[in-house]
Design a binder for this molecule. Sequence first.
Ligand code: G3H
Ligand code: ZN
Length: 277
Amino acid sequence: MKIVNGFDLMKFAASHHYMLPAFNTTNLEMTYAIIKGLNNAGLPGYVQISSNNLRLSDPEVIAYLTKAALKNSDVPVGLHLDHGKSYEDVKACVDAGFTSIMIDASHLPFEENIKEVQRAVEYCHFYGVPVEAELGSLQGKEEDIVNEADCKTDPDMVADFVEQTGCDLLAVAVGNVHGLDLTPKVDLPLLKTISEISPVPLVMHGGSGIPFETIRAAKEYNLLKVNYGSDLRKAFVSTFGKAYDANNNETNVIELSLNAVENVSKKAEELVKIINA
Ligand code: G3H
Ligand code: ZN
């Protein structure tokens, strides 16, 4: 299958009442593993890569790997830029064939956040690519970016933000956290309030560690996309860590990489099935 356009993927998920996981990739092995996991589950989702990770993996390379991995797959998969840091990164990813984009200017004051999103929307919509934006900010660690401030999404700002920016998905901060060090405390009543105001579907970042019943309950509140990063990275890293602990002369990188693909794909399969159970 080809990489699916982001708008088509959103429509497909909405019409089948699917929750879309967005799994963060880092490299070749994780990209193949995510698509294998989705395919084994027979469920749709996203491969996504954060702007920060683009220091390691060029967008063209990730797009190529995703296309290659999808050759033997028959579930709809979109390719998403996660936490897009700049207009330049957004442009580079759209140009490389990404089918969905996040521009994250949530650290900026409200009006500046709006301006950054508007600029990305103008470019992405010209190419038929949907845009996710964030209002409020999450505590925790996303790869090597640490945020100590906990700033929940203010429902009073939502309508204005979505209308002015023209974004297609809204990432919310409702007690969800990035990484595995903090415990998420998702405020479902706040999510419900936001869902009643937001004209676009909602996105939950920091999926790792959020109880599955919370995610399934959030489906009632127009939650369409859930991001999972740390859970998959842990499955990847622990494969190598355990082998090295068992034998510090272990150097069979091919075998370990194949094992890592297996372990990450199992985790992705488990997650996509549970949130859609
Ligand atoms: O954008 C990526 C995520 O929000 C991943 O968060 O590592 O806590 O699952 P997580
Ligand atoms: Zn995130």
